[in-house]
Design a protein around this ligand. Structure first.
Ligand code: BTN
Length: 335
């Protein structure tokens, strides 16, 4: 749903989570109380906890920190701020990855970033949809260009996982890890995911779009569509409000240095760190390759980022991410 500018203003006034009387809001926005009532009804459709109580007014519970360019900038490292070639924030977009794919043809360059409050067609791995309700999570994409061809980007999604965990650790979330190939996990539950899309010629140049989706405060209603155990940062924190702007900045602070040098470092630089973050290592797991299902043990990644897996007969093989899906045994949901 596209927000009207007056609805955005209304949302900003309500964002603090306090009660606001209809009379005061109508004065602040220069609208009738009926118009305020109509707009709040439309805002309710975004799935935000917007309530009205007779005699007290309207209240957003939980409060909301809208994405704001200035706030994101205020948390960026200086070097990263310099590399940021554009920062676009949408209320609603089909997909932040999709938006940057289009922007390439309009001259977008390395360091272009797109964030959205909601996605109408958020893309997940293996053609899945990424649940993307308004104002609750992080949907962030970043674009980088390389002289060389796509082959140099092998293992990049794993390195991006390292960036995401570093950012979450800095934010105080220690109980987080990675599940090959590109899931962000906490205590056996999916917290986020990474989707890398590459365009270009085999011999170069190429452009990569790195998409990161992170559940910050996923409403239960939206989560009904998710077909596996999930969690979000708000649940993990227990109480308080997670700053999406600060987390977005931290993600960029970690992501840009990796993207800047990945054509030189490849995965080698991040291999050990990834392995320390691997939450599937030595776990009994199933591996689905197309229609085939293997049961065995996940053994981490090899130097090029392939998953090493030992089946029940003790045979060890390495697998590329392509159409492969790894999940913990006992977790009946597809990962
Ligand atoms: C996965 O399936 O785990 C990957 C999910 C990636 C979702 C993010 S949200 C921001 C970016 N835009 C998209 O459409 N997808 C990625």
């Amino acid at each position: 749903m596209a927000l009207k500018s007056v609805q955005k203003e209304l949302l900003k006034l309500l964002a603090d989570g306090q009660f606001h009387s209809g009379r005061k809001l109508s004065g602040q926005l220069g609208l009738s109380r009926t118009a305020i009532w109509n707009h709040t009804n439309e805002l309710k459709r975004l799935g935000l906890g917007l309530h009205s109580v007779t005699g007290r007014g309207y209240r957003l519970n939980p409060p909301l920190e809208l994405l704001e360019s200035d706030l994101i900038h205020s948390h960026l490292e200086l070097a990263v701020a310099k590399q940021l070639s554009s920062l676009e924030i949408y209320d609603s977009i089909d997909s932040t990855n999709g938006q940057l794919s289009k922007a390439v043809h309009l001259g977008a360059s390395s360091g272009a970033v797109c964030l959205a409050e909601s996605q109408t067609n958020g893309r997940g791995r293996l053609g899945r949809t990424w649940v993307s309700p308004f104002g609750r999570n992080i949907y962030l994409s970043s674009l980088w260009q390389y002289e060389a061809g796509p082959a140099i980007l092998s293992g990049l999604s794993l390195a991006v996982g390292v960036a995401a965990i570093r950012a979450l650790n800095q934010e105080g979330f220690s109980d987080v890890g990675l599940k090959w190939p590109n899931d962000i996990f906490s205590n056996g539950k999916k917290l986020g995911g990474i989707l890398i899309e590459i365009m270009g010629d085999a011999l170069g140049p190429c452009t990569v779009i790195v998409g990161v989706g992170l559940n910050v405060d996923l409403p239960g209603q939206s989560a009904e569509e998710i077909d596996q155990p999930w969690t979000d940062l708000t649940k993990m924190m227990g109480s308080g409000v997670v700053s999406r702007n600060r987390i977005a900045a931290r993600l960029l602070n970690e992501l840009f240095p990796i993207l800047e040098n990945f054509d030189q470092t490849g995965l080698t630089e991040y291999h050990e760190e990834w392995s320390q973050m691997d939450c599937m290592a030595e776990k009994r797991a199933t591996l689905r390759i197309g229609k085939e299902l293997l049961i065995g043990t996940a053994l981490g990644i090899d130097k090029s980022g392939l998953l090493m897996f030992e089946d029940e007969l003790g045979q060890r093989k390495s697998y590329a991410s392509g159409e492969v899906s790894l999940r913990v045994v006992d977790d009946n949901q597809d990962a």
